[in-house]
Design a protein. Structure first.
Length: 431
């Protein structure tokens, strides 16, 4: 079950992004049965949007009332096997929706997420909270509406128990080490990430393009300038031609931000659109402080350029948001810089996420940028101060993790700062 509190007056809709059917005043407490991209399905009927950072509704998943499901055919209670049996029982299941993972049942803040259609194995359940074999707890729902699972019998090969060479077990140097079962299929952007190298688009005061200071030209009466980073279809520092903005991408923009923010970012002069066109196009750019995947580099006329991955503007299967695994590599957050160098949101207060897209019909969709406009992340494998090696980076919104060889992950950076000797110099986008 989801429980929360309304921070700002919210409209209630018959379905996500549907027709308004009512409203809930600030300060009210709510319960909901499911969450789809921060749209909460109220138990009394209707849907409300909590905001990507829960800025409208604070909520969390709490333990549901006890409801033991009927075991499927062939399933057995976990404690019905005699001691010394060559068989064992496990909980096996599959996620239906994306599910948060907590350190304990009904925890306050998730430490990880399981993608939809992920295979789950667990050692126990308490009121439908499953204790994952790889660590953490996840809520299956009273009627297994989030995770379908059953207790199954498995044959195991008996093996002698070896003595622990270090009584007491090994010392884990970082308390934020977590483990997760691998998804059934990796996100496409995750596979692309593994073949490239992550870098961050330098903000104005880091970027030689702007003389390592906030750009002040063309500000006029405005206090801030969008921190745009232009791309080209060839090895050049000149911004390339516009990119078509298709209907599916517009719908995705609304799903990510809502109608009001969509209207703001599509306003001419906002940075994303300079001159209105029919059909609609956006500028070939993104926003500083965001992360990208560099596919390769090339030197031309003595200057090194980087080829950066971007989504096709023709993409139609558009799901997920900034906080899903690795998606912030192709979903970027708008920000602007003031005269004093302060990074601010769109309209100085609104979150705005834009898909980082390209036109595959122009030079195969190439997006080139001078390498000097990027901060490349430390090469992998990266060795932490305790000797542990990081083999892969994993991004979840504002949190960056490093995956070790054993599949466990270490938190490298979150909104409170860096957690290890791993560092990048670029600031985080405004939160």
């Amino acid at each position: 079950m989801i429980r929360g509190r309304i921070l700002l007056r919210r409209d209630v809709f018959d379905m996500p992004r549907g027709n308004r059917v009512g409203s809930i005043e600030a300060g009210q407490y709510i319960t909901a049965s499911e969450n789809i991209y921060q749209w909460l399905h109220l138990t009394g009927g209707g849907w409300v949007v909590a905001g990507l950072q829960q800025q409208y509704i604070e909520w969390k998943v709490v333990a549901d009332a006890v409801e033991t499901p009927n075991l499927p055919v062939g399933a057995v209670p976990m404690n019905n096997f005699p001691a010394g049996s060559e068989e064992q029982t496990r909980i096996k299941g599959r996620t239906i929706l994306k599910c948060p993972v907590f350190t304990e049942p009904a925890g306050d803040r998730p430490i990880d997420f399981l993608d939809a259609n992920s295979v789950v194995t667990a050692s126990e359940h308490i009121f439908q909270w499953l204790h994952l074999d790889n660590g953490g707890w996840v809520n299956a729902g009273t009627k297994q509406q989030y995770i379908t699972w059953a207790i199954v019998r498995e044959a195991v090969e008996a093996s002698p128990v070896e003595a622990d060479p270090e009584p007491g077990g090994g010392f884990e140097p970082y308390s934020w080490v977590i483990t997760r079962p691998p998804p059934v299929e990796p996100w496409p952007i995750t596979e692309i990430k593994r073949r490239g190298r992550i870098a961050t688009l330098l903000v104005d005061y880091q970027n030689p393009r702007w003389g390592f200071k906030p750009r002040l030209h063309s500000l006029g009466r405005h206090n801030a300038h969008p921190q745009t980073v232009p791309f080209s279809i060839a090895c050049s520092s000149i911004k390339g031609p516009g990119i078509p903005l298709k209907e599916k991408m517009l719908e995705y923009l609304v799903m990510l931000n809502g109608e009001k923010v969509k209207d703001i970012i599509l306003k001419p002069g906002s940075g994303w659109v300079n001159i209105p066109t029919l059909p609609g196009t956006i500028e070939r750019l993104s926003w500083a402080g965001n992360h990208v995947v560099v596919k390769g580099t090339r030197v031309q006329d003595g200057v090194e350029y980087a080829s950066v991955h971007a989504m096709s503007c023709n993409q139609s299967e558009l799901i997920g948001n900034f906080f899903d695994k690795d998606l912030r590599l192709i979903l970027h957050k708008f920000n602007a810089v003031t005269r004093t160098g302060l990074m601010i949101k769109i309209a100085n207060k609104r979150d705005c996420f834009t898909p980082f897209i390209t036109d595959p019909d122009l030079n195969k969709g190439d997006m080139w940028i001078p390498s000097a406009y990027l901060e490349f992340w430390p090469e992998l494998p990266f060795t932490l101060s305790d000797g542990v090696q990081i083999l892969e980076y994993e991004l979840y919104g504002y949190s960056i993790y490093g995956r070790r060889a054993d599949g466990r992950s270490i938190l490298l950076r979150d909104l409170d700062g860096f957690k290890t000797n791993w560092r990048i110099n670029s600031p985080e986008v405004p939160v």
